[in-house]
Write a protein that binds this ligand. Structure first.
Ligand code: SAM
Length: 393
């Protein structure tokens, strides 16, 4: 396994040596390295600068600095030439791990006329899906922030375990994606930097979208986190489908004036709305009890409508490995896309949501009142009253 944190490598090596955590910390404290200093390596994939600390780490691991760098997936700059000069030799030394991609038949938990929901681990479920058969993958995995999910779901992995697991399910998503199909991954920016780098090795970069996070808590000594990242890649070099999405202008809810300055371009604005950019500030979290389908995080119908409409047409296939409350499936079903999904936790919530689509349908209807119109009927009223321009007047 590849390591993404020096601390994870140290812990793994101490387990190989049958050492307890106390033994491990004692080794370092004998070298005058405190527990807190050692733990500071938890979020870093590079060796400490201080020679005494660096030597203690290499001694404990019984590895050279170069071996540690390679375990972290780095080829240090001073070795790169030699690495590329010796590619054929290195390729000969490498051995392929066993390929476990044998398609197996798995029974769905629930089916609609156009969708199939599987209750189980997404990697196992994907192993049952043939190569190149879905047009869109959307994934909103747990963010490894220690949140409580259903039993059996670990949201508190080490950095290395989380990223290796992420790569494992991404491999399957890439395999089942059709050429020209598109993948969207929703996560916090920290994890999306790893996800984007990994996807970039096999797919073509398309968009990095910042989805405005409406409410968040400050983090000490860091900038206030204000967005989620939605990274998007294409299999191959050209997207099969791109349907432009237009949204209404955001206006002040008190006076009706435009929030953004459009300068002298007002007269040229398309009455069908504004092209969606890569900053999405009009997506609101599902917080209110009456709109929520379950306790844990749930994405909005508006977010999924935008993603699905932008990158698929009717009867295309949408796949979501982390079903959650079933937002992707509910929206795909209403938009007449075929869909496949998995969820390791409780799938009954998703089933009930799909059997009772009235709430999602009402929400979608509201979204479509805003979509493809520069102003909604409501915003026209307030703008007219306060003397602001309207595209058609
Ligand atoms: C962030 S939530 C997804 C929320 C979803 N997008 C929605 O709008 O409701 C992540 C979900 O992934 C599920 N999950 C975690 N590990 C999984 C796995 N290995 N396979 C399938 N589902 C998993 C969790 O139970 C959780 O419901």
């Amino acid at each position: 396994m590849r390591f993404f944190s020096v601390y994870d490598l140290i812990v793994s090596r101490s387990k190989d040596k049958n050492m307890t955590n106390d033994d491990m910390f004692s080794f370092f404290s004998a070298r005058k390295i405190s527990k807190a200093t050692l733990i500071s390596l938890q979020q870093t994939s590079f060796l400490p600068d201080k020679p005494a600390f660096k030597n203690a780490v290499t001694d404990f691991l019984g590895m050279s600095e170069l071996e540690i760098e390679l375990a972290m997936g780095h080829i240090p700059a001073e070795y790169r030439k030699s690495y590329y000069d010796n590619i054929s030799h290195i390729a000969m030394l490498l051995q392929k791990s066993t390929d476990d991609n044998v398609l197996r038949e798995i029974k769905p938990f629930f089916e609609t006329d156009i969708g199939k929901l599987y209750n189980g681990d997404c990697i196992e479920i994907m192993k049952g899906i043939p190569n190149s058969c879905v047009d869109l993958v959307f994934a909103d995995p747990p963010f490894n922030l220690g949140k409580t999910y259903d039993p059996g779901i670990d949201d508190n992995m080490t950095m290395s375990k989380y990223i290796n697991w992420t790569y494992e399910w991404l491999d399957q998503c890439i395999r089942i994606l059709k050429p020209g199909g598109r993948i969207f991954i929703y996560n916090i920016p920290k994890w999306c930097t790893y996800i984007a780098a990994y996807l970039g090795e096999q797919l073509t970069f398309w968009d990095w979208i910042a989805v405005d996070m409406k409410f968040s808590l400050p983090i000490q000594n860091r900038l206030y986190p204000a967005h989620y990242a939605l990274v998007s890649y294409i299999k191959g070099v050209k997207a099969t489908t791109f349907n432009n999405q237009r949204i209404s202008m955001q206006i002040c809810r008190h006076c009706g004036g435009e929030i953004k300055d459009y300068g002298g371009y007002k007269s040229k604005m398309n009455p069908n709305g504004i092209n969606v950019s890569d900053v999405w500030s009009d997506i609101y979290p599902v917080r209110h009890k009456s709109s929520k389908n379950r306790e844990y995080n749930e994405l909005s119908v508006k977010l999924l409508d935008r993603i699905i409409c932008m990158s698929t047409n009717e009867s295309d296939v949408v796949f979501d490995p982390f079903g959650g409350s079933g937002t992707t499936f509910a929206v795909a079903q209403l938009l007449k896309r075929r869909w496949i999904g998995s969820e390791l936790g409780n799938c009954e919530i998703i089933k009930q949501r799909l059997l009772n689509p009235e709430k999602d349908k009402a929400q979608l209807d509201r979204i479509y009142q805003e979509k493809n119109h520069l102003f909604t009927e409501e915003s026209k009223k307030i703008r007219r009253k306060n003397g602001f321009w309207l595209s058609e007047e």
